[in-house]
Write a new protein. Sequence first.
Length: 511
Amino acid sequence: MNAKPRPITILIAALGGEGGGVLTHWIVAAATQRGFPVQSTSIPGVAQRTGATTYYIEILPVPWAEVGDKRPVLALTPGVGDIDVVVASELMEAGRAVAAGFVTRDRTLTIASISRFYLIAEKMAMADGRYDHARLTKAIKDNAQQHLLFDMEQTAKESGAMVNAVMLGAIAGCGRLPIPVEAFEAAIIADGKAVDNNLRGFQAGLTASKQGTVSAQDESQSKRRRRATAALAALEAELAATMPVSFVVEGVRRLAAYQDVAYARLYLDRLRAISDLDARVSGEGRLLRETARYLAVRMSFEDLIRVAEAKIDPGRFARIERELGVGPGEPFKIVDFLKPGTEELCQILPPTWARAVLAIAARHGWLARAHWGMEINSTSISGFLRFWMLAQLKPWRRRSYRYQEEQAAIEHWLALVAEAAEKSADLALEIVACASLIKGYGDTLRRGVANFETIETRVILPTLAGRIPLQCGMDAVANARAAALADPEGESLSRCLSEIERQGAIKVAAE
């Protein structure tokens, strides 16, 4: 103790249900088995994914036999700039550790997963509310002394284990702890729960730590790969011969899975017209690229059929089973809470019927506001069959009210893009980006459509008609879109459009 050895400090950020407490117990058990003084504490996270539960561990790398009478005093909470190893099961949580000052260039090894579990705020955003993956990764690399980034979620899935076992393997292989691999394995075995699965996950994490950093881009691309049918493979081969594959093929696969290959072909047919137009007016490929991105999202709109498919997806059951740590043959229950309204239920009706019901609902306000709360046990036979029967309506989707409304809206949007491109490719790109306003269903969809129509009426159409100069029109569309995305209720948009029109009146008076 004369040299006053410093404790090794470990900060772990894990989401609910990932076994962060068990991971901490394994580390403490392994350190104890080696005779090291060790202490752990935890700080509960906040609900709705505004923060993970963090676990803090201090290990004095001196056996008790050498400590003597001077018992070490270990801290209960992590100190800023005082952490040796930060471990996060999700990329945003690693970013939070950086922002909080726990990751430093002179000291910290950051071990993090490149996978994301999106925040409520990210999901609720009218536009793409996701935090920039590249910026999060760069922040970790720039601020850590060393870093190990890999997809812990995918690694756990492939090994059939919980993510905490993968995290333990990465910690064991990082070389920062004076604890051999065998001690960690012994801690898993002594714990006695899902031993085989946890050992497989541990070995997978250990292997990942030996291999070093994994490319986030490569991992994200590998997760999007789909097994193509013969018809889809033929369509992809045709695509390769007619237009750039890299940013269109994912849209083709997405829409083939969403509906069928014929629907994916409709996507390509629409893009061919844009491709020809892009080559003629700019030749830069930007218009095709941006339209392909937004068009794929618009064509795979959310409806009851898609929700039902997602609820009974075998991958969803497997993921929840892993997260719960369910053993082989052990029963578990998944209860889905739904609250469809009149408009959502009308989406899958024939257009004539849907319009009649919606007209009645418009006359009787209570019917338009009515919602039906449901609790469905999707793991029961009756609950599964309810979702399954709804999912079987996929072939019917083309004859549904929502489908026909969406296709008409998409064609109108593309017509605006084409008309704008004849005047200015930059104006066309701004109109393409306005598709980000339209998403989801119910109130979210209604607000988005209303905002789009308002921008179209008061800015886009006057610009196309020449009543607003092109450059002013481009700026106005961009500003109006930003205002609508910032405030879904439309107040910011109204103020922005009023200011745009006021400035226009000032210019006209000046002239």
